[in-house]
Design a protein around this ligand. Sequence first.
Ligand code: NAD
Length: 262
Amino acid sequence: PYKNRFAGKKVLVTGASQGIGEAIALLYAEEGAQVALNGRDEKKLIAVRDKLPKVDGGEHVIAAGDISKEDDVRRLMQKSIDGMGGLDILVCNAGYQIPSPSEEIKTEDFEGVLSVNVTGVMLPCREAIKYWLENKMEAAIVVNSSVHQIIPKPHYLGYSASKGAVGNIVRTLALEYASRGIRVNAVAPGAIVTPINMSWINDPEQYKNVASHIPMKRPGESREIADTVAFLTAKDSTYITGQTLFVDGGLTLYADFEKNWS
Ligand code: NAD
């Protein structure tokens, strides 16, 4: 029913070489958008581009670069805008985490996670917003946060801090630009089937353990996150800004209370 929802729209997806970012890029292309794919590995991005349906009147763009580095972001934003002939939607999806007991966390690991998950959101948002203001355009941003925006994640201090920050980046930018037609929201996934989670997904014991903590008793699919990202940038959501939408099978509902405590 949604077949051409994004026809004529130009979308940049960061961290699109695999996992949720790849699913987001695929959904936009399936619904008629032209997509710019960011990630650090150009070969992987080309492989993703080859899987996307072709777009009328243009080509999907490879916009490789490190999203936490200012020079890279300026260059890849320009390449995206030039290559697509504009930009309507920015999806800040790139992110990563490094595990460590917090008493042993290495400063460079902590700062590394913050630089990708926080600075790597600020930089493309800044460049896109500048472009939209100069061109007096209406536009939308979605940032990929996590349930760990609100659920603590021991052993992942940098990740927890970064996703908490994302919630406030979205609310602050939403307020700053609401009157100028730019909407800014976040999606906060729970446990999703992606390459980084395959170790527990393929282990029946671990899978059972993870699923038992999720009220819907299963991990989510990347496509279910992509569906929500699309919704937050489509005509279906034109009055929504500054929100984080949790897409987690009920994980943030304090699952233990399901057992009818009195
Ligand atoms: P993934 O590791 O499969 O993909 C991450 C993508 O980001 C890759 O394309 C990677 O190349 C890219 N990336 C990492 N650092 C980058 C950098 N410096 N510059 C450019 N690109 C970079 O991860 P995923 O599971 O698909 O996660 C995507 C987003 O979803 C992340 O922000 C993550 O925090 C969030 N998330 C994932 C889950 C989950 O269960 N998978 C749950 C909650 C939130």
